[in-house]
Design a protein around this ligand. Sequence first.
Ligand code: IPM
Ligand code: MN
Length: 362
Amino acid sequence: MKQYTIAVLPGDGIGPEVIGQARRILDAVAARYDLRFDTREYPVGAAAVRVAGDPLPQATRDAVRQADAVLLGAVGDPALDGEPRDRRPETGLLALRALLGVYANLRPVALYPALLHTSPLKPERLTGVDLLIVRELTGGLYYGEPRGRVDGTAFNTLRYSAAEVERVARVGFTAAQARRRRLLSVDKANVLETSQLWRETVTRLAAEFPDVTLEHCYVDTAAMRLVSAPSEIDVLVTENMFGDILSDEAAVLAGSLGMLPSASLGSGPGVFEPVHGSAPNLAGRDVANPIGAIATVALLLRHGLGLAEPAAAVERAIATALERGARTADIAGPGETVMGTAELGGYIAELVRERAPQGIPV
Ligand code: IPM
Ligand code: MN
């Protein structure tokens, strides 16, 4: 029996609830494929500030470095908004990304036919949407020094080296090769030197990928294209801050931010987390959509552990549940039965086990 170590970091807000459902999926995968997952939990974010005074305590650092993969819920708690930077939950997440060097953040946006009506976009615009955002994750404004506040002024530094651009662009080109072979590189090269370097570097690398069609586009245009013609985008690669903004915009296509998974990859263990964040207003009410976290388990299996077939089985189970009308409140149409977080998680877990779930809301 193969055994894998997954460091589980539930974090804040709805993080623990959706991670609870992700765990049920891992249990189901273990049973069906005769695998073993060691899934010990460690604190991160506001939860870690409360128990250890540090948003990424040493015990968590040690555990993630030794794990095969990291499964993260969400971090963020408005109660700590006024705290100094070293006690803010987001600082723990950024430190985790830096510690593991996970420079390439993959955010796939696939649409489920059953949910076309939940997106604010017209269904005809959504047909054929299947895109992947590759966001640079360990550089740019998030990490640039110097940064700070002096008197009435505040400043941040936007800095990229050609090597940082090249390694994430390579991930974009390689992903495109396995898909529709189109790469859209997003920058602001009409204004920013970092973007000029970005564009030159990506253009140079394109010579290694003659089978991929490369197109450059400014970030403002990209924001427009994501909603006006999203089906024409295959892989979109961009720097950290642009990628943060565009990936939330792209989530609207899927009907709910609660649906989307992400994988952050470097040369060591990857970090796998749903895109939705801690959503404090939904926490503790059994209303959060667990599908983002469950789809994240699929990415963890595929990219983190190299288990392609179990990953596909989890994705099929999500699609089947949606086809049968299983919904949380955020994706329910008029007249559709609404399930709680745990009910939908359990339903999908039963499908992964190839058992007939109870209470099919047909
Ligand atoms: C995300 C989040 C984080 C980010 C925050 C919580 C620091 O918005 O993963 O997209 O900006 O990277
Ligand atoms: Mn974000």
